[in-house]
Design a protein around this ligand. Structure first.
Ligand SMILES: C[S@@+](CC[C@H](N)C(=O)[O-])C[C@H]1O[C@@H](n2cnc3c(N)ncnc32)[C@H](O)[C@@H]1O
Length: 349
């Protein structure tokens, strides 16, 4: 239910050609009749839609969802001189109910940047260390989507575009999945990571931003109150509780009063996609924070093989425990790619 409700749909392939754009994926509906759902590109219907197609593989992931066995689609958009495929640099895709898009539809939209504007790519191994598979397209779709959604959220809640922030920190920048799109909007981006190879790749590929390798434990070299916006995608999902607490305190030190922070966690939507057993989700809820053991993705770049872990949080834990350092303004399900996005504000003290 969480996957269907908060994600609603996921793309799994996009092909851009001189003739047009073909996108494939799956879409689930909790309430709407399948024949009334709308598949949109840049706000208008695709020219051709094959849907619903067989998707038996989804029944294992979504056993309780009606129609899971027939939820696949292919949608085709024809290039035409009178319509821009990448308005403002991005194609926007969405699947909605019969009433179409609304003010909050950015939360389920996926975005692809104009290939002509893309910076160089990291290597497949560098990509795999941050998204778990060496898939260039998933990497670009995910990065563009998260940055576009973050900007839409900042505009919706605070009437502020990314360019209005004076100093943006991408904490745990990895191979620059977010920085590659953040730097198009701001010349004040700093990325930090513990992975020296990915930090070097970012510095080479994205010269408009500043990148630094940091130690596993704080402090960072930054002065107090250095940043007014922090993004940290899927970083706290990999640290044990004492390490998380130390980093939350450091983030508090290096942010300005009223600074905003956007940190992601593995919520129920991603748990459903990863087929986390319900007992595990329940244990995370009951304990507040659940450490599921070491994650091997950084084995090649970290000497300490116990540091990087797989960790789940409950909403109540975040709302209470993280409140020691920040005002927790919201937890938005499924908004950070598949993860939940926690919106925090640094208190004035
Ligand atoms: C799942 S990856 C996500 C990378 C990037 N945020 C993205 O969305 O593509 C998590 C990243 O956090 C980094 N990381 C883990 N602990 C960190 C820490 N204490 N400080 C900075 N980076 C850290 C890892 O090296 C890795 O690059």
């Amino acid at each position: 239910m969480a996957g269907a409700k908060h994600l609603r749909w996921l793309p799994d392939g996009v092909v851009v050609s001189d003739d047009g754009l073909l996108i494939s994926g799956w879409a689930l509906t909790v309430w709407d009749r399948q024949d009334r759902m709308r598949f949109l590109i840049n706000g208008v219907a695709f020219d051709k839609l094959d849907w619903p197609l067989e998707s038996v593989y989804l029944t294992a992931t979504f056993p309780d969802m009606p129609h899971a066995q027939a939820s696949r689609f292919f949608a085709w958009h024809q290039r035409r001189p009178d319509r821009e495929l990448f308005p403002n640099g991005f194609a926007r895709f969405n699947v909605t109910g019969p009433l179409g898009e609304h003010r909050l539809s950015y939360r389920t939209a996926w975005y692809l940047a104009d290939p002509a504007t893309e910076p160089g790519m990291p290597t497949p191994a560098q990509i795999e260390r941050v998204i778990g598979k060496p898939d260039e397209q998933a990497y670009r779709l995910g990065g563009a989507t998260i940055v576009q959604r973050v900007e839409a959220l900042l505009l919706e809640r605070f009437d502020r575009p990314l360019a209005s922030f004076q100093a943006i920190l991408d904490w745990g920048c990895g191979a620059g999945r977010l920085c590659r799109y953040l730097t198009a909007r701001s010349s004040a981006v700093t990325g930090i990571d513990i992975d020296p190879d990915n930090v070097a790749a970012c510095a080479y590929l994205l010269p408009k931003a500043r990148f630094l390798q940091v130690d596993l434990m704080p402090p960072t070299p930054f002065p107090a109150a250095a940043f007014d916006l922090v993004v940290g995608l899927s970083v706290l999902t990999h640290l044990d509780e004492p390490v998380q607490d130390a980093w939350l305190a450091e983030l508090q030190r290096i942010t300005r009063p009223q600074a905003l922070l956007l940190l992601s966690v593995q919520g129920l939507a991603q748990m459903s996609l990863y087929r986390a057993p319900p007992e595990m989700a329940l244990a995370a809820h009951e304990k507040g924070i659940l450490d599921n053991g070491a994650n091997a993705q950084l084995t090649d770049v970290l000497a300490d093989q116990t540091y990087y872990r797989d960790v789940m949080h409950s909403r109540d834990y975040i709302l209470t425990h993280w409140a020691k350092w920040f005002d927790v303004l919201d937890i938005i399900e499924g908004m950070a790619g598949n993860q939940d996005l926690v919106l925090l504000r640094r208190r004035t003290d």
